[in-house]
Each structure stands twice: as C-alpha cells, then as structure tokens.
Design a protein around this ligand. Sequence first.
Ligand code: ATP
Length: 199
Amino acid sequence: VYLKAIEAHGFKSFADKVNIKFDAGVTAVVGPNGSGKSNITDAIRWVLGEQSARSIRGVKMEDVIFNGTSGRKPMNFAFVKLVLDNRAKTLQIEADEVHITRKLYRSGDSEYYINDEKSRLKEINELFLDSGLGRNAYNIISQGEVDEVLKAKPEQRRGLIEEAAGVMKYKLRKKESEKRLEDTAANLSRVHDIIHELE
Ligand code: ATP
C-alpha cells in the first residue's frame, strides 16, 4: 500500500483546498519555518484517527480547524482525505484505491469515511491493523521518537517488533476470544447453579 495523495481543506493552515500528490519513492517537503510542513504529517495522523490534540500540536481537537488569518475568516470544518494505492491488497478491501476521510465541524460533530462510505473509527483501526500504516504504527517518526525507541523498556520494544511483524491482529483476536471464554464460563456456572437449585 502506498500513499498517493492527501487532500486537505480547512485543516490547520490549509484554508484553500490542497491536493498533495506523492510519486513512488522518496518525497522531501521543503519550506521556511512555520510554512506548514509538519501540518502535512499532522493531517495524516489525524485522518487515521488521532484522538489526542496534543499529539498533533494542539490543545483541543477544534484547533485543527483553520482559525483564520488577518485577511481571512475562520472555517467551520476541517477535512482530510488520504488516497492509498491498494493494488497489492495490503488493506483487506477489494478496491485498488482506498480513500480514508475524516471531517470535523466546530459543533464537535465528526465523521469518518472509507471509500466515501460513512464508517466508524473502529473500522478504520481494523483496516490498518498490521498494515504498518495505522495511527499507532511507526510510519511517522517525529523529532525525539528515535530516542524514545532507544530508551523504551524491553516489553515496549517487543510491542514495536510485534506490530511490525504483523502479530498484533492475532493478539487482539486472542484477547477477544479469551473474554468470550470467560463470559461462557460464567454463564455455565450460573446454569449449574440453577440446575442445582431445581434438583
Ligand atoms: P517548522 O519548520 O518550524 O517546523 P513547519 O513548516 O513544519 O515549520 P508547521 O508547524 O507545519 O510548519 O506549520 C505551522 C503553521 O500552521 C503556523 O504558521 C500556524 O499558524 C499554522 N496553523 C496551525 N494551526 C492552524 C489553524 N488552526 N489555523 C490556521 N493556521 C494554523
């Protein structure tokens, strides 16, 4: 899977609708300080479901909405769409191209879409689980994070390797199955009690 383009409108400094296209290979973004380079990676994190405003350098989530400049009125929504090439079918979805969209209104209403179909964040998380692209995957390494990996505790480092190796999905399923087993055991025990009472 590879990132083909990002569309943004009303997200941070992108007051006008922008469409940033990426060719295969390495892309470098250059520009003066404060021109919005990091806002591009913030947009990627955000559309993938970032829930912490602080992680994308804000105080509250509303801070991602363009808040106006001297000559321009603030906007009332932020929109980001990722266009991913899925010809390799890394993402478990039929389409050759996958669009992930997030929209947030000042009212607090928030929407996610997978290929223009309204979705829940959970579905986006599941789609990206083990793809190496999710919000928690190490695809965006910010300043300071390299240090964090080096200083991480062995268990945390193991987590990183597991995510990269693609076993996270199975660990999650195992946990869900264990929970179901526990619930079933509890139900069984109740049934036994009832039988006992009847006897
Ligand atoms: P540096 O090289 O200093 O890291 P950069 O090119 O990465 O800079 P960013 O940090 O991405 O720049 O951009 C910050 C700019 O985005 C600032 O000018 C800030 O005013 C603007 N900005 C951030 N949030 C909003 C918002 N909600 N509305 C309008 N502008 C915003």
